[in-house]
Every structure is written in C-alpha cells, then in structure tokens.
Design a protein around this ligand. Structure first.
Ligand code: RB5
Length: 146
C-alpha cells in the first residue's frame, strides 16, 4: 500500500502545495491534501495542527507544510509531541534535517524558494534516511517531560 502523506498550506503556499502534491502523486505516494483549498487569506496554524496531529497520533509517519516563510507552520507543528518540523530552503538543509534531526515534517517557505528548488528539497527530504547514532540522544532531548 502506498504511504499516505498529508500536505497542507495557507494561501501563501497554495500554488506550491498543488505543485508538490502532484509531484508526490507522480512518485507514487497517497497524498492527503488537508487544505487550504483556495487563495483566500487563511490561518496557517489550522493546517499545521491537522498534519502534526496525524503524526502525533501515529496515523502517518511524515507530512509536508507550506506557508510564506515556513515559520508559522513550523511553530504550530512543533507544539505537537513527536513532531520535528524543519523549515528547509535548500536541498542541503533538507538533507541535514533528515540525517541529523530526523525531521518528520518538511516545511517549505513558498515565498522564498522557486518551484524547481522546492521540488528538489522535497525529493531530498523524502529520500534521505536519519543517520541515528550520536543524533538519537540529541533528538530525544528535544521533548519536554510530561
Ligand atoms: C501570510 O501572509 C504569511 O504571514 C504566512 O504565510 C507565513 O509566512 C507565516 O509564517
């Protein structure tokens, strides 16, 4: 069964979300578009929480979010236990976010990257494994005790 990947954006990320959703489909993923579904102004946190909650509850293992800078989406998604949302503006950041930080949410700053770069960032993030080793204890220290 293909892996389900939820993807969400506000109005600023709407066009790039459609492009990346197509890219994910062409790579064989089962894409769940959680919105926004138009260019009307909307609030990024509404979509970040939907995607992050799915990861927190173990329904999916990773997701993708977009807003203008990537920051609002990352702030909101990172409030959820077990979510490590990384803003990536280059393939290099995406690679390191996977290798060192085991980022399970990719956040793209749609107003700061072009489409070709966004596609490459997405592919890099999808295909780069977590290195484990010395990074495990570091990511374990991110979570606050209950
Ligand atoms: C929307 O104008 C913009 O503020 C939003 O997309 C995002 O950049 C917030 O972090």
């Amino acid at each position: 069964m293909p892996e389900r990947i939820p993807i969400g954006s506000d109005h600023a990320g709407y066009d790039m979300k459609a492009m990346l959703a197509d890219e994910l489909r062409s790579l064989g993923y089962d894409v769940e578009d959680v919105g926004s579904h138009s260019l009307l102004p909307t609030d990024y946190a509404d979509y970040a929480h939907v995607v992050a909650r799915e990861i927190e509850e173990g329904e999916v293992t990773r997701g993708v979010l977009l807003c203008g800078t990537g920051l609002g989406m990352a702030y909101a998604a990172n409030r959820h236990h077990g979510v490590r949302a990384a803003v990536a503006w280059s393939p290099e950041i995406a690679r390191l976010a996977r290798q060192h930080n085991d980022a399970n949410v990719l956040v793209l700053p749609s107003r700061c990257v072009d489409e070709g770069t966004a596609r490459e960032i997405l592919r890099t993030w999808l295909n780069t494994p977590f290195e484990g080793g010395r990074h495990v204890k570091r990511i374990n220290k991110i979570e606050l005790p209950e």
